[in-house]
Design a protein around this ligand. Structure first.
Ligand SMILES: Nc1ncnc2c1ncn2[C@@H]1O[C@H](COP(=O)(O)OP(=O)(O)OP(=O)(O)O)[C@@H](O)[C@H]1O
Length: 295
């Protein structure tokens, strides 16, 4: 669904150039539910804006849904935003009109649908579990319910790709978990590809894959060293089951093996490993390890 290669974004102001993305590589498969994490200023929102067609990359390659976004005309970009992507923002004011009801809010993006508008808005509210609150004004809804309305709105154009910027940033942990369950359900039921930018560790734990960005680049090292280790600590503290670990595999098949894995095999500083394919697994071994049965 998404392929970024060497993606660069430079913001130019009168006397300053900020390199927000500096050669970012990322591939997201159709139907994946993934989280992008990274420190403030690492380029997460910049990436989301590029993916959503709200801003254009300065260089590199960006394909979404098979389309080359660097070659889009203004008209193609407008169509892309209208037909392919949906957005959920942390700042709900960006999604919602406070003095309208939940139903009226969802009807706004459906204005062109004519008579089917109300029925479709109801379907969308039902899809996010809020049909029973349709006639409540926004200010009569909780933060989590408002975020659900925002999610219903983001689905109005039947997007293939849903982009969410800190969707649980302004709600409590329990509500955040419920919103994530909703993303999970939409991902499964609609085969919707979802990319969530987040700082929320609990949320990041429940997605298919976590990619870390540091200084505008994807970084498997960061996922390993800080995020997953923090996660392991959190899990051992809470007794939760362990999380799967991922490393980035690039298009030439290069894999970054975490340093502590290499250390445990005595491979630090080594320039080769022994490789086997066994029962659908790739096994990495110390090159001098004696074969079974050797004296
Ligand atoms: N419109 C802009 N003009 C100039 N610089 C910008 C602009 N937008 C973002 N930047 C800069 O680009 C870098 C990446 O910003 P970005 O907002 O993508 O980071 P982020 O990871 O989303 O941060 P946060 O978690 O704080 O939202 C930062 O140094 C930021 O100051």
């Amino acid at each position: 669904m998404i392929r970024c290669e060497n993606l660069v974004k430079i913001y130019k102001t009168a006397d300053l150039e900020v390199i927000a993305l500096q050669g970012l590589d990322l591939t997201v498969e159709t139907g994946e539910l993934m989280a992008v994490i990274g420190n403030s200023g690492s380029g997460k929102s910049t990436l989301l804006n590029m993916l959503g067609g709200l801003d254009r990359p300065s260089a590199g390659k960006l394909f979404v849904d098979g389309k080359d976004m660097l070659k889009f005309t203004e008209k193609e970009m407008t169509l892309y935003k209208r037909n392919t992507v949906g957005f959920v923002w942390q700042n709900k004011a960006r999604n919602l009109v406070p003095y309208l009801t939940a139903l009226e809010n969802v009807e706004i993006p459906l204005l062109l649908k004519g008579k089917r508008r109300r029925a479709r808005a109801l379907e969308l509210l039902d899809a996010v579990g809020l049909g029973h609150r349709r006639n409540n004004k926004l200010n009569q809804l909780s933060g989590g319910e408002q975020q659900r309305v925002a999610i219903a709105i983001s689905l109005a154009n039947e997007p293939k790709l849903l982009l969410a910027d800190e969707p649980t940033g302004s709600v409590d942990t329990k509500t955040g978990a419920a919103i994530l369950d909703l993303f999970n359900r939409l991902n499964r039921e609609l085969n919707l590809t979802i990319v969530i930018v987040t700082h929320d560790q609990q949320l990041a734990k429940k997605v298919d894959r976590v990619v870390a960005i540091r200084d505008g680049r994807t970084s498997s090292e960061l996922i390993r060293k800080s995020y997953l280790e923090e996660l392991a600590e959190l899990e051992s503290a809470s007794g939760a089951e362990s999380h799967e670990e991922f490393a980035v595999l690039d298009r030439s098949g290069r894999l970054q093996v975490p340093a502590n894995f290499l250390e445990s095999l005595g491979l630090q500083g080594a320039n080769k490993v022994k490789l086997h394919l066994e029962d659908g697994r790739i096994i990495l071994e110390h090159p001098e390890k004696p074969e079974a049965g050797d004296a």
